[in-house]
Design a protein around this ligand. Sequence first.
Ligand SMILES: Nc1ncnc2c1ncn2[C@@H]1O[C@H](COP(=O)(O)OP(=O)(O)OP(=O)(O)O)[C@@H](O)[C@H]1O
Ligand SMILES: [Mg+2]
Length: 665
Amino acid sequence: TLTQNEMIFKRLHLGTVSYGADTMDEIQSHVRDSYSQMQSQAGGSNAGSTPPRKAQSSAPKVRKSVSSRIHEAVKAIVLCHNVTPVYESRAGVTGETEFAEADQDFSDENRTYQASSPDEVALVQWTESVGLTLVSRDLTSMQLKTPSGQVLSFCILQLFPFTSESKRMGIIVRDESTAEITFYMKGADVAMSPIVQYNDWLEEECGNMAREGLRTLVVAKKALTEEQYQDFESRYTQAKLSMHDRALKVAAVVESLEREMELLCLTGVEDQLQADVRPTLEMLRNAGIKIWMLTGDKLETATCIAKSSHLVSRTQDIHIFRQVTSRGEAHLELNAFRRKHDCALVISGDSLEVCLKYYEHEFVELACQCPAVVCCRCSPTQKAHIVTLLQQHTGRRTCAIGDGGNDVSMIQAADCGIGIEGKEGKQASLAADFSIRQFRHIGRLLMVHGRNSYKRSAALGQFVMHRGLIISTMQAVFSSVFYFASVPLYQGFLMVGYATIYTMFPVFSLVLDQDVKPEMAMLYPELYKDLTKGRSLSFKTFLIWVFISIYQGGILMYGALVLFESEFVHVVAISFTALILTELLMVALTVRTWHWLMVVAEFLSLGCYVSSLAFLNEYFDVAFITTVAFLWKVSAITVVSCLPLYVLKYLRRKLSPPSYCKLAS
Ligand SMILES: Nc1ncnc2c1ncn2[C@@H]1O[C@H](COP(=O)(O)OP(=O)(O)OP(=O)(O)O)[C@@H](O)[C@H]1O
Ligand SMILES: [Mg+2]
């Protein structure tokens, strides 16, 4: 999520030799050599009567040369994936798509690779750069092009797709020219190391690469004889047809194949940080947001990314939670961690599982005190689990940000899910509440839009309630004065007008209100801290508004009754006019920054009301409305209902100004 997902192949390690960016041309020449050799061999044997298969197997097998190992590794990388080359057909432009397909125009310049995993695309792109190109793929076959332009065809017999749980993927292919069947597999080191044959370098080299921030993948192969494959296939089909525990049985059959595989190579792919990740994380931290990084990556890679993104500052201590498997170990590790202070925590998914099983409460409590937490090798379900756990234990709001399919469950578990749309597809952004294109946009999303959304919804919600409650209070007072007679105070169009054109525009214009300028909100993320206390819309503010509504409703009604004129219509005229004015003034009181549309809305409402007086002679006595007595009575009542609030607001501003006011001054 923090990285661009634009992976670049950086390193290939074969156990004894390692190739970096500057030695890639060596690989290229090795690949070219081995294919030209094969071609000449094949050509020679074709002339004779020996089948090509024989010619190859008779090659010296004693100790594999570096060249052949490179060749094997590159071949494995180019075959073991789920990538499809796609051709931007130029014919498509002229409308001759069919022709282009029949033509099999595998030209290099209009080929792009498509896959759900950007890692795999990087690997296949790299093999293209060293000479072995994947030119086409369909459900059952793959075609490769060698440096000399020859096209090799492979039949895909089985494909075991990648899942975040298994952390590996496999494929069984048959070479069409030699009929050799090979099972290739690649995956995370934790998943692969129990599978491959004994070796003494894998773990160490993996760690070394990961510490540089590279994403590592282990590639292995296993040659299968025809009989072995047939046996496997029959068991596999049977397992797939079974009625009970199908997933388990299928997994068991596949596992039976994943044994003693020949380790071919270790690949390192670089994934750079996105733009502005550091300042964005900094901003979020200043805003009082606690950040947890949950990733499927290896511990070392994750730590490296956490450091380079300044999630953990350079000077900060990092506590790496050791691998634990039992209750006792977890207890010891937790105690060791408890003794450290102000120290970032890095923990792997498996250890986390154990800790949560036995010491859920203690662990969450300790982890919440950390300035930063990194959980690596998390499965998607674990990510979601952590989110729900934090919600339950801290009672805080959680926001989950993710960019891949493996983040969907976490995004859905969080109170607010944010998806980043990009190289890894749209799954995350489709599952999310908000979708952004880059991680850095989250700053503005929270600080500006989040702030406004919260403040405005709070203001609008409470105001709509106030508008309804004040008129109900007036009716209640009116009825009670007249011995609970069921006489409606306002009738017909007065009610309709009150709810619509007289008060609608100013109240709704509150959605344009903002307390802080966007630039200010971005510059001082500390302002966001106030919001996290949830004070804009709480029981307290609700009751305050209820109180205001009752006070104002009471004043308006009693005022009108005290200044009672001989006729009932006068009470209605005075109280209703005062009511409309009160509403408009209250909106003006609530507004923090005037937008020109708000001013328009206020005057529009007032204008509507005044002009409609001409038609309201059914309810009002028009002659009375134009008198001075009417005007002063209305003004007096309005002032009594609104002035105290203005005074209170003024005093509050002076005595305990909200933090944004301090900034503005
Ligand atoms: N296509 C693949 N084939 C084989 N192994 C893979 C493939 N993609 C990823 N892996 C391995 O599986 C591990 C877990 O992958 P997963 O997608 O769960 O997380 P991630 O992509 O590493 O991290 P993040 O959670 O940040 O997206 C990876 O670290 C990698 O080692
Ligand atoms: Mg991923």
